[in-house]
Structures are given as structure tokens and as C-alpha cells.
Design a protein around this ligand. Structure first.
Ligand code: SF4
Ligand code: SF4
Length: 277
């Protein structure tokens, strides 16, 4: 059967928080029994936007990670008594009646996606807009409102979804947790990988070096390549954080330069001058 999946493209998110607000508009003050009771005015972020910067001035990238409940297929929050349960369509729901008075449910989520409603004395989270989907909606409130198309609801068979993930390079956030999320991210490298960057110029002319070849190696193997742009700048991305790398810059007629770096985070190597060969 077709199941619920959310595909989120990090490169398209610009942190407008429309999805966060649409969630508030839908759930604050509104009960949707048997799936949810009203979300409180403050303190809950059922769609949470995490933020980070990569690199250093002047080569800096921002990354935004919209983080709802992942509706995991192997969800540690699911309970044997049905207080938190998995539906056939893939959605994970907290039953607001059975889960009443059980704050311990909040701590079962490794993604921090469950919140405690003090007034209603119940654990709560993103429901995947199950009440709307049952009314025939083909969007969640967050996917409908996103102005850049960063969030898409995909109802698909698991095999179809796996094929789409492979074809489009979709990945789960923190897949190592082993919970098998149904939220898939595109361009997740902008969150969990690092880049090496820099600016290259010719020492003899003071001109920027456009088209210089960049090679990044680790343990003798090439792990990334790039080229300087018309400002002499380069970014080689998708590198594993924490690794030790050699960054080599080459341009015809000039001596190659190699820099050894440890990339605990994305790094701007600064200005690199090439001397005449
Ligand atoms: S609405 Fe779209 S662009 Fe705006 S914060 Fe949410 S995911 Fe990002
Ligand atoms: S993200 Fe957390 S709350 Fe959502 S299904 Fe997975 S474990 Fe449960």
C-alpha cells in the first residue's frame, strides 16, 4: 500500500518559518480527536527549524534543517499498549487519551520531536496532518505552505520510495540511530558534511586564479575535486567531518600548493598565492 513520506530539500529552505506557523495555525486551540488535542500557545515546535553556519568569512553557507517527527518505521516511542502506535500508512500517532499523564513518553524520541503539554498533561508531536489526509487532502499544512517547495508529501509504496531515494540522493537524518525515518532529506550534506574552501591568486600578477584545479585527498585517495570560479574561489563539499585531508591547488605554469588540514568543521583556507613555476 501507499504510505506517508515527507521529502525535505535543505538547499531550498530559507528559514522563513511558514511551515512552523502553518503548524501553529492548524493545531493551536484545535482538537482533532482521536489523533490530537490542542497544542499549547508556546513551548512546542512540532515543525522545528534547526540552523547552522558552515565556513568562515567571506566563504560562508547557512544551512536550515526543518525537523518534524520522522514517523519512524522502527520507532522507539511506540508502546505495547497503544498509547503511541504505528498506522498502516506509516504515520506514528500519540493517542491523547491513552498517553495522558505519561511524561516519560517525551524522552523516548531520540530526535527530540515529542513535547509535553502541561495543561492537557499529555505528550504531543507532529501527527503528519492525519486528520486532513483522512479528509482527502494531498498535502500536509507544512508542505502546502512552503513557498520554495522545500517540503513535499509523497504517498508511495516502500519500494517506490526507496527507488526515489536512490535516484535523488535522499537520506535520513541521523540514520545511524536505526529508527528508519519516513522523513527523507535532499542535500543533507549541507547539514552533516563539511567543505574545504579558499581563494587563489597568482603571486606575480596579483590576479585571481580562475580555473585552477583543486584536488582533496585522504589517505592517498582522491575524495573530492573542484575548480576556482571567476573570483578565484573554490568549495569542495561532501567531505566527512573530522577527517585529515590534503588540499592541492594546481594551475598551468605555476607551482602546485598542497595544504594539510583537519576538517573538524567546514574551513576557509584563506588566500593561497601561486608562484611561477
Ligand atoms: S516553509 Fe519551507 S522554506 Fe520556510 S522554513 Fe519551512 S521548509 Fe523552510
Ligand atoms: S521521530 Fe521520535 S516521535 Fe517521531 S516516530 Fe521517530 S521516535 Fe517516534
Amino acid at each position: 500500500m501507499k504510505k506517508w513520506n515527507l521529502v525535505i530539500d535543505i538547499a531550498r529552505c530559507h528559514d522563513c518559518n511558514d511551515c512552523f506557523l502553518a503548524d501553529k495555525d492548524e493545531f493551536v486551540g484545535n482538537d482533532f480527536l482521536p489523533y490530537s488535542v490542542a497544542q499549547p500557545w508556546s513551548g512546542h515546535r512540532w515543525m522545528n527549524i534547526e540552523r547552522k553556519e558552515r565556513g568562515q568569512y567571506p566563504i560562508v553557507q547557512t544551512g536550515y534543517l526543518p525537523l518534524p517527527c520522522m514517523h519512524c518505521d522502527d520507532a522507539p516511542c511506540v508502546t505495547a499498549d497503544g498509547a503511541v502506535y504505528k498506522r498502516e500508512d506509516g504515520l506514528v500517532i500519540i493517542d491523547p487519551v491513552k498517553a495522558k499523564g505519561r511524561p516519560e513518553i517525551v524522552d523516548t524520541c531520540p530526535y527530540g520531536a515529542i513535547y509535553w503539554n502541561e495543561e492537557a498533561q499529555v505528550a504531543q508531536k507532529c501527527t503528519g496532518c492525519v486528520h486532513l489526509l483522512e479528509d482527502g487532502w494531498t498535502e500536509t499544512r507544512c508542505s502546502q505552505v512552503c513557498p520554495t517547495g522545500a517540503i513535499k508529501l509523497v504517498m508511495a509504496e516502500d519500494a517506490e520510495m526507496a527507488a526515489m531515494a536512490a535516484a535523488e540522493g535522499l537520506r535520513a537524518y541521523k540514520a545511524e540511530l536505526g529508527t528508519k525515518p519516513r522523513v527523507w532529506y535532499k542535500n543533507l550534506h549541507r547539514w552533516d558534511k563539511v567543505f574545504a574552501s579558499g581563494s587563489v591568486a597568482y603571486a606575480d600578477t596579483d590576479e585571481v586564479a580562475e580555473g585552477a584545479k583543486i584536488t582533496v585527498s585522504a589517505g592517498g585517495a582522491v575524495v573530492g575535486t573542484g575548480e576556482t570560479n571567476n573570483y578565484g574561489e573554490f568549495i569542495v563539499d561532501h567531505l566527512e567531518p573530522g577527517g585529515e585531508y590534503e588540499v592541492t591547488i594546481e594551475a598551468a605554469g605555476y607551482k602546485p600548493v598542497t595544504k594539510a588540514v583537519t576538517l573538524a568543521e567546514s574551513l576557509n583556507l584563506g588566500l593561497i598565492l601561486l608562484e611561477k613555476a
